[in-house]
Ligand binder design. Structure first.
Ligand code: BGC
Length: 611
């Protein structure tokens, strides 16, 4: 469904000064009464996009540096700094959420800060960024799609494009025009805590899905409902030694290009408007200061015309003095600095560096031009405020149905002895495991918070509820442990990982928890048919644990629509998912990737049974 972002409205044609006088007095974020989002969206409908070169010509150095600065709304010392420092972008870090976390509070928040930006001399709108990495998932009530590792198993770029489009519409429902997604990392070592954020271990998957997701998020040129995408993290984030988050990727340039670059080439070709630099190093050298890769390869060779944004406070992790960190990053080709904690220092230091000639004015103009062009492309002058026409998109039945489809297609059937699956709907099932009825666990990280958490994080259908709904004419008993199995025809055991994000998910060893292993052992001991459902952000070595169980279905981090899992278990959908990672036999076999010289995984890359 398409929604017009251009509307015929009561305030159309009102001059900017009147607008600022009327609405520029909104005080603290999100709490004071003021014009409705509808009035605001309407009041600005007539401001045309300026000529970017002309605008650039009018800007002072301070205004240009402001455009290159991104702050976090909650961590900012004073949100009025948006106005005072001419800040060009505001983000909500994944922990900087409005309270209560309701869509209308997001709308108020974005509106309030945008109002400040528009009250500046040139009235350049900010571009608000968020981590909508599996749907607009930081917002409670949004549709939560499977994390990318599952999307990779679908091998279905058309589906990824639809998911991107739905995510964009749900973002527009909260007035946010920029997502730090897709993550197109190629995770080569599953001990990395961000393995689930990438589409899979091969450049082939990153390439195929990056382009599709970018197209879905940004829309075709001329379509009204796109948001700016951001491919991340450039370059080699998934290749670090030992799978260490923000670590060192040690390899030749040839290997770096062969494994980690194809996704970027595809994303650039698909028109991606922004790219985030990786926290990681390449052969010891920090990516944020790598002029060769950012400027020569990405902007030169690949002809990337969008802007490059730094990762969260990453410039501050560079070696050297404060000034030399900024000098190195900006001269390497970083256009916008994500500096939630150090923005005041960034602004004054960059001004000093330009005055001293250590950062050329031409570099500043290039950065600002790139940023303004994306703002123009996504029509932020015409539509700086949330448009209420999108409100009903958030968590809509259509998007939930799409997410259910994505869950079905991402599930991979690893084992199915004696064709125990699909289960008959009219049988008697004993369902065990605390992870069967936990929305937070099935959504994983980056869901209504940074690391994610257990429990009722957002509305949706848990795996338990989905199985109960689907088992028409049958009996489903849910128990924390394997007791009362006598009457059951089969035991379904739901096990897996607890939520985590970034480095909090780094592990030396992978595997199931002791409790999960005991549950499976008890189920096997009952003599009943045992079906294991794995909820996980990466392959876990489980060779011994699953010996003796009849079926294993890995559903990754499926998100809010557990119905897709039930669809596969009961055969309403015959599994088609193919592994996006090689499945190791043991932790000591990691890293293991398709094409390795000696390759003997438990299940190879691309494996997946059907019925
Ligand atoms: C992550 C990025 C994310 C950014 C903003 C960083 O810690 O590495 O992937 O986009 O935070 O939340």
């Amino acid at each position: 469904m398409r929604f017009p972002r251009h509307q015929v409205v009561p305030f159309a044609g009102a001059p900017r000064s009147l607008f600022v006088a009327l609405f520029g007095v909104l005080g603290c974020i999100g709490v004071q009464p003021g014009p409705s989002a509808g009035q605001l969206a309407a009041s600005r409908a007539s401001v045309p996009t300026p000529d970017i070169e002309e605008l650039l010509g009018k800007m002072t150095l301070e205004e240009k540096i402001g455009q290159m600065t991104q702050i976090d709304w909650k961590l900012a010392k004073n949100t009025d700094d948006v106005r005072k420092l001419y800040v060009g972008s505001v983000l909500n870090g994944a922990s900087s959420l409005p309270e209560p976390n309701a869509p209308q509070n997001w709308v108020k928040l974005v509106t309030s800060i945008q109002t400040r930006a528009l009250s500046t001399r040139l009235g350049i709108p900010i571009i608000w960024g968020t981590d909508a990495v599996h749907g607009n998932a930081l917002v409670r009530g949004a549709t939560i799609f499977p994390h990318n590792i599952g999307m990779g198993c679908t091998r279905n770029p058309e589906l990824a494009e639809k998911v991107g489009r739905a995510a964009a519409l749900e973002m527009l429902a909260t007035g946010i025009p920029w997502t730090f997604a897709p993550c197109i990392a190629v995770p080569r070592d599953e001990r990395w805590g961000r393995t689930y954020e990438g589409f899979g271990e091969t450049p082939e998957l990153s390439e195929m899905m990056a382009a599709a997701m970018v197209k879905g998020l940004q829309g075709e040129p001329g379509q009204p409902e796109g948001v700016l995408a951001c491919a991340k993290h450039f370059l080699g984030d998934g290749g670090t030694a030992g799978g260490k988050d923000q670590g060192d990727t040690i390899c030749s340039e040839q290997e770096l290009r062969a494994i980690h670059l194809p996704g970027y080439a595809a994303a650039v070709k698909a028109g991606v408007g922004s790219i985030m630099v990786s926290f990681s190093r390449w052969n010891g050298a920090p990516m944020h200061a790598n002029k060769h890769l950012i400027t020569d390869v990405l902007k030169g060779e690949l002809h990337f015309e969008g802007f490059v944004v730094s990762d969260w406070e990453a410039i501050d992790t560079l070696p050297g003095s404060n000034d030399s960190k900024i000098e190195a990053a900006i001269n390497a080709g970083v256009d916008m600095a994500m500096v939630p904690l150090t923005y005041q220092w960034f602004v004054s230091s960059l001004r000093h560096l330009v005055k001293k000639g250590r950062v050329p004015m031409a570099r500043i103009d290039d950065a600002v031009r790139r940023i303004l062009k994306q703002k123009a492309r996504f029509k932020l002058w015409e539509h700086p405020f949330p448009d209420p026409a999108y409100a009903s998109q958030l968590g809509s039945p259509e998007h939930r149905a799409l997410a259910r489809e994505a869950v079905r297609q991402s599930a991979v059937l690893l084992k199915n002895q004696d064709a125990v699956l699909p289960l008959p709907k009219n049988g008697h099932i004993l369902l065990v495991g605390s992870k069967a009825d936990d929305m937070g666990i099935q959504c994983g990280g980056w869901t209504t918070g940074w690391a994610g958490r257990r429990g009722n994080v957002t509305p949706g259908t848990t795996i338990l509820r989905a199985i109960e709904k689907a088992a028409v004419g049958g009996k489903v008993k849910f128990a924390p442990g394997v007791r009362g199995a006598d009457a059951a025809d089969a035991i379904v055991v739901v096990v897996g990982e607890e939520p985590y994000a970034e480095g909090t998910g780094d592990r030396k060893e992978l595997g199931l928890s002791r409790d999960d292993v005991s549950l499976i052992t008890a189920a096997k001991a009952s003599g009943k048919k045992v079906v294991v459902v794995l909820v996980t952000g990466r392959p876990l070595p489980i060779e011994q644990v699953i010996a003796g169980v009849q079926a294993v279905l890995v559903v990754w981090l499926p998100g809010s629509e557990g119905d897709g899992v039930a669809d596969v278990l009961f055969g309403d959908f015959k599994p088609t998912g193919k592994l996006s990672h090689s499945w190791p036999r043991s932790s000591s076999q990691i890293p293991i990737n398709q094409g390795d010289a000696s390759y003997a995984p438990l299940f190879p890359y691309g494996f997946g049974l059907g019925y």
